[in-house]
Write a protein that binds this ligand. Structure first.
Ligand SMILES: C[S@@+](CC[C@H](N)C(=O)[O-])C[C@H]1O[C@@H](n2cnc3c(N)ncnc32)[C@H](O)[C@@H]1O
Length: 268
């Protein structure tokens, strides 16, 4: 498994993303777009998924490439772009192995830093971002802070952790996909290691048609749990200067009440 990202964005989960996630956290789209338009072309959307951000940017005529570790997510992104007559440069790559076809004025990672990777790999990712930015270029990386989620935060405590893995529930109510099948997901926390600052989730996905279960899958996702100050040190170690930390995609300085923060780092 060393070298491979442990993520769950494959098969039915990739299909779920392509079908239902375009409207997720809509304020993130104009936030990154403003940076691209200001001085960020060409840009690279690292972990672009099925194009929730990338496709609106291409539609707006911006010069943006995309990459993702999951060939399933990239294939669906390509299909969705083609439906609009768009043919972006997309490639399949884990972010710690990033080796893109050109350098960028801006690299951004939305909802994906620390996913499926080890801490060493995350350091490598930051170095790769630094290497593939033009001088004066900007990196934007967001994270959901680990204390944002009450369910997750409780498991930093020994007594609560003894209750892991969580018991599996029933899949959330089914949603109808464009091919007429119905999809349902359920996730649970299976392990949290506060020393390693790492949580493992399991996702169970089901696909139904006419009342019959057609397919089911289980996938694991590891997430590195980072706090602001260590990310600042990691960015510095990767060679970045002038790091600014903003709140939840809102252009304001981050506060303790922000559930998401964005680190904006300059390459000299
Ligand atoms: C939560 S989705 C976010 C997708 C997209 N950025 C968005 O905001 O809609 C996370 C994405 O990160 C990708 N991913 C997970 N681990 C990765 C890694 N180590 N390197 C590159 N991509 C990764 C997954 O395949 C998935 O497409």
């Amino acid at each position: 498994m060393e070298g491979e990202a442990q993520t769950w964005h494959y098969g039915l989960i990739a299909k779920w993303w392509a079908e239902f996630n375009d409207g997720f956290r809509p304020h993130e789209i104009p936030y990154f777009q403003r940076y691209i338009e200001r001085d960020g072309e060409p840009a690279l959307d690292v972990a672009c998924g099925t194009g929730r951000l990338l496709i609106p940017y291409l539609r707006a005529g911006l010069d943006v490439d995309g990459c993702d570790v999951s060939p399933d997510m990239v294939a669906l992104c390509r299909e969705k772009a083609a439906l609009e007559g768009l043919s972006p440069t997309l490639f399949v790559q884990a972010m710690h192995e990033l080796d893109p076809p050109r350098t960028y004025r801006m690299i951004f990672v939305c909802g994906a830093f620390g996913l499926g990777s080890t801490r060493d790999q995350d350091l490598q990712s930051l170095s790769r971002f630094h290497k593939h930015l033009e001088p004066g270029g900007t990196l934007l990386v967001d994270i959901e802070v680990p204390y944002a989620d009450e369910e997750l935060w409780q498991y930093w405590l020994k007594d609560k952790r003894a209750g892991l893995p969580e018991t599996a529930g029933v899949p959330r109510s089914l949603r109808t996909a464009s091919d007429g099948s119905e999809l349902g997901l359920r996730s649970r926390i299976v392990e949290l290691d506060p020393l390693a600052q790492r949580v493992t989730y399991e996702m169970h996905a089901e696909q139904w048609r006419d009342g019959t279960l057609e397919a089911e899958e289980d996938h694991l996702l590891n997430i590195g749990l980072y706090l602001k100050n260590e990310l600042l040190l990691m960015l510095e170690r990767a060679g970045f200067a002038e790091v600014v930390v903003q709140g939840d995609h809102n252009d304001a300085e981050a506060t303790s009440d922000d559930d998401f923060i964005v680190l904006i780092a300059k390459k000299r």
